[in-house]
Design a protein around this ligand. Structure first.
Ligand code: UD2
Length: 324
């Protein structure tokens, strides 16, 4: 049990919650983060904890040198990424370098270093506009952005590198993640962080389009639990799926709640959570390239990982508002 789990991007929004679930499961954790968006204060809970080591560095760099002396590694959770769809359209080569090239290099290093499992944060963006909602993993993937294309390509690379190098790879297709530590000031921030920050500041919420577009909003604590289950799957009796034979088919596992929430419905829920009046909403033109509907099927995650989201939207919003 002394083998570590490497968490790239471990000082970030999803990463720091993942460190918490892995520590709660008794794992030694090594965080690799370049602190471009990650923050040291997200890890302050583990200051002085010898079971949490923090290495500052870029996943595009010489990971082997950066991590020398921190192993051995049982598993890698790869969350460090270029996370913005908008930026991937403006700078697709930079997105490719981080989200595909660095992921592939990291996986090759992980296999050579003896890691038995590689858990990758993929995205609902691999589906583009889903053919059906809720969308199953077996549906076609037609990404609409370089970001989605690089995430899908990384799934395909991991799908062949894993068996070639004797490492299990698990790609988690994360839907719209929200919760404490999601930076509301970032221009790329998610709708929940933006809405909560504006409602708190007494500013009107801006809805793009008619607000009837839907998303599957999943609380970050649930996502961190899914990631931890993906690390541990096969080593605990509550896991239903057989993860011992190699990567699951299909190559990705949806991580969502299965519930579609319209943006207008979310705006009302945010206002309830903050005690703000319902008329404080303005409408603006729909964003270019916007998808109409999104929600996950959840059966694969339940079967493979024993995972179901537990935190209801109102509760997740309350917890996030309390953190702001
Ligand atoms: C999410 C992911 C993105 C990618 C994509 C795949 C986030 C932050 N982004 O983009 O990385 O995975 O899914 O499909 O998780 N909205 C408003 N007002 C606002 C802000 C947003 O109406 O002030 C609407 C927006 O037009 C959209 C919805 O809220 O319909 C969600 O927006 P988002 O930026 O949180 O996430 P999304 O789904 O566009």
């Amino acid at each position: 049990m002394n083998d570590a789990v490497l968490v790239t991007g471990g000082a970030g929004f999803i990463g720091s919650h993942t460190v918490a679930t892995l520590r709660a499961a008794g794992r030694r954790v090594v965080v690799l983060d370049d602190f471009s968006t990650g923050r040291r204060e997200n890890l302050s809970e583990w200051t002085g904890d010898p079971q949490v080591e923090v290495v500052e560095g870029d996943v595009r760099g010489e990971v082997g040198l950066l991590l020398a002396g921190h192993g051995p590694f049982a598993a890698v959770v790869h969350l460090a990424a270029q996370t913005s769809v908008v930026r991937s359209i403006a700078a697709p080569i930079d997105d490719l370098d981080v989200n595909l090239r660095a992921t592939t290099r990291l996986a090759l290093w992980a296999a050579a270093a003896g890691a038995r499992r590689f858990v990758f944060a993929s995205s609902a963006a691999v589906y583009g506009e889903p053919c059906r909602v809720p969308v199953a993993e077996s549906e076609p993937t037609t990404p609409l952005s370089p970001y989605g294309a690089a995430k899908r390509a990384a799934e395909l690379y991991l799908g062949c590198l894993g068996p070639l190098h004797g490492m299990q790879t698990v790609c988690l297709r994360l839907f719209n993640v929200y919760g404490p530590r999601q930076d509301p000031k970032s221009p790329y921030s998610g709708v929940v962080a933006t809405f909560l920050a504006r409602a708190r500041a007494g500013e009107p919420l801006t809805i793009f389009g008619d607000g009837e577009q839907t998303r599957d909003l999943i609380y970050v604590g649930d996502v961190a639990r899914a990631i931890c289950l993906a690390v541990e799957a096969g080593s605990k009796e509550h896991v239903l799926g057989d993860m011992t034979a190699g990567p699951p088919e299909p190559a990705g596992i949806n991580i969502g709640t299965g519930r579609e929430v319209a943006v207008v419905e979310l705006a009302a829920a945010v206002q309830r959570a903050c005690g703000v009046k319902a008329e404080a909403i303005t409408f603006a033109p729909a964003r270019a390239g916007e998808i109409a509907r999104s929600a996950a099927t959840t059966d694969t995650a339940a079967e493979m990982l024993g995972f179901r989201a537990e935190v209801e939207l109102d509760e997740g919003l309350r917890r996030t508002a309390a953190w702001l």
